[in-house]
Design a protein around this ligand. Structure first.
Ligand code: MG
Length: 337
């Protein structure tokens, strides 16, 4: 019998501090997290990092308690070194380095975006999907080709989740961001009737959301009574841009599956649009369940395990954080060409 390998993973790239534990036999053993909630405005990197510092020891301890393990029993510690917010990344990296040095455990570098894809494949059972990763910090269309996850489209400025949240915040309809299970923009959009023309910006395979956000906010300031129509128009433009580039990427790569992940995967409206598009192309559509779609430690542990099993470790003194570490810079040795 092969020995079971256990990896503890730490996530701290943005508002979530998470710790997960993955096993070579049973995939995910536990997934614990604490999410920083700003008092007002968007994520303040320093405040978020202070939240992470405060909760880190308790989150790691709870993860170990959940599986009834002592930290000495793990085989390696994995950490998301990027991409993300510097002050936040530093907390996770510091905790992981400390565990590595103190308990003499190999340190495994994990790219946060690769981890979103790998946990999605592990949980949904999709094998070789086109990936639509949409969150507060990232908007990426990706697929595996030539040993890496290549980028077949991305945002040129702000991420889709950030665009939706900023609109909601600036108009005063959020917080809360979720109303009756819907993003507050989706919620108001359901009450809209007329679609107003807004900037629909697709350049090649890339999208741009900043012009859409500005135009929608201007419309609202001119006539706040139109909120439902503005939300409907805003949402239709924002989501359709992603569906358009995803459709072209699906046709171009010839993939037979589509995986939706990231925090915006929670939107039933976006899921439905992608599902319809996939049906047109005879492709299987799956969405990552919310626990694993948003940032989490389990995805870092799982990807850390795949990385470790392929012999990739990083010396502590070289384990720098990489705020702009791109998805397509990472070799993926565990997947066949
Ligand atoms: Mg993320």
């Amino acid at each position: 019998m092969e020995k079971e390998i256990i990896v503890l993973g730490i996530e701290s790239t943005a508002h979530t501090f998470g710790c997960g534990i993955a096993s070579s036999k049973n995939k995910i053993l536990t997934n614990v997290k604490s999410v920083y909630k700003p008092q007002r405005g968007g994520i303040h990197p320093r405040e978020a990092s202070q939240h992470h510092q405060k909760v880190a020891p308790f989150i790691v301890k709870r993860a170990l308690d959940n599986v009834g393990m002592d930290i000495r029993e793990i085989d390696a510690v994995a950490v998301a070194l990027g991409p993300g917010l510097g002050p936040c990344l530093r907390v996770g990296a510091t905790v992981a380095r400390a565990i590595s040095v103190h308990y003499n455990k190999p340190l495994i570098p994990v790219n946060h975006c690769v981890a979103h894809i790998e946990i999605g494949r592990a949980i949904t059972g999709l094998v070789d999907p086109l990936v639509v990763y949409v969150s507060g910090g990232n908007t990426i269309i990706s697929a595996f080709a030539g040993g890496r996850y290549r980028v077949f489209g991305e945002t040129l400025d702000i991420a889709l989740g950030n665009c939706l949240d900023t609109f909601a915040r600036e108009t005063g309809i959020a917080p809360p961001y979720i109303v009756e299970g819907y993003h507050v923009v989706d919620y108001w959009a359901e009450r809209g009737k007329e679609i107003i023309d807004l900037p629909y910006v697709v350049k090649g395979q890339d999208v741009s959301y900043s012009g859409l956000l500005t135009a929608a906010l201007r419309l609202y300031s001119e006539d706040p009574k139109k909120l439902p129509d503005i939300c409907l128009s805003f949402r239709e433009h924002a989501y359709n841009m992603i569906v358009e580039v995803a459709e072209r990427a699906l046709a171009h790569t010839g993939k037979r599956e589509l995986l939706l992940t990231g925090g915006v995967a929670a939107s039933p409206v976006l899921r439905e649009k992608l599902k319809i598009m996939c049906a047109d192309h005879n492709a299987t559509f799956r969405s990552v369940p919310l626990e694993y779609a948003g940032d989490n430690g389990a995805m870092i542990a799982w990807t850390g395990l795949l990385t470790y099993l392929n012999g990739v470790v990083i010396p502590v003194e070289k384990s720098f954080i990489k705020q702009r570490w791109r998805l397509d810079e990472v070799d993926i040795p565990w997947r066949k060409q």
